[in-house]
Design a protein around this ligand. Structure first.
Ligand SMILES: [Zn+2]
Ligand SMILES: [Zn+2]
Length: 223
């Protein structure tokens, strides 16, 4: 028999979610679901829990004007209207949080470059919009953007400010379906002319995994 994933029929506050995590297992991450009535339905990100629970914005005690339909263990649909209750794990901090780590020798971790699906970047060198020669098909544009996944928002902000300091352009985006943001992506794009600079940057991410001010200056000076 397929195990029944737990549905928590009351709501916790956003503040307690941040401190204490999932009301069932305490895991710090999950996925936002339906949003409305002053709160949100959430799916726990712990694979062995996957509970569904409800979170209300600070100062809100009950979902306003909406209820949620769930199958009970007899297979019948029931409506629930979650109201605020104290978090069942008070006193136990959330677990599984990602650490904000930095390389010992300075710089920032800058690893695992992926093709970016973020297609509206400006060239990180000359800030011209990333237009390709007309004979290059639109999907090819991806070849001119890379995306770096960072461990936390603080790391992403620091990387972007390193680029800014070197007068280089980046875009920072978050994964909006996750709470708290699981990671932030730093996207870097290049125009056709500055593709060698971007390829060099990708190589640094692949081979060294750390970005420093010095490396950025060198990459900027390439072309
Ligand atoms: Zn859980
Ligand atoms: Zn350029």
């Amino acid at each position: 028999m397929e195990s029944q994933k737990q549905i928590v029929d009351f709501a916790i506050s956003q503040k307690e979610l941040e401190e204490l995590g999932c009301p069932v297992c305490g895991y710090a991450y999950g996925t936002w679901g339906f949003m409305g009535g002053g709160g949100v339905a959430v799916g726990c990100g712990n694979k062995s829990c996957q509970a569904t629970f409800y979170v209300l914005g600070d100062g809100i005690n009950v979902f306003d004007g909406c209820s949620f339909s769930h199958k009970n263990n007899k297979g019948e649909y029931i409506d629930i209207k979650p109201s605020l209750k104290p978090h069942p794990r008070r006193g136990i901090p959330a677990w599984g949080k990602r650490e904000d780590r930095r390389p010992k020798k300075g710089g920032e971790f800058f690893t695992n470059p992926k093709e970016s699906t973020y297609k509206h970047g400006l060239c990180f060198i000359c800030e011209s919009s990333c237009r390709l020669p007309v004979d290059v098909e639109w999907p090819m544009k991806r070849l001119f953007s890379i995306s770096i996944e960072t461990a936390c928002v603080e790391a992403a902000k620091r990387i972007c400010s390193m680029f800014r300091k070197a007068k280089l352009w980046t875009t920072q985006t978050g994964d909006g379906t996750q709470y708290p943001m699981k990671c932030y992506f730093v996207n870097i794009s290049s125009c056709y002319n500055h593709r060698p600079n971007l390829l060099k940057l990708r190589e640094v991410a692949e081979k060294e995994g750390v970005i420093t001010d010095k490396v950025l200056r060198k990459i900027k000076a390439l072309k």
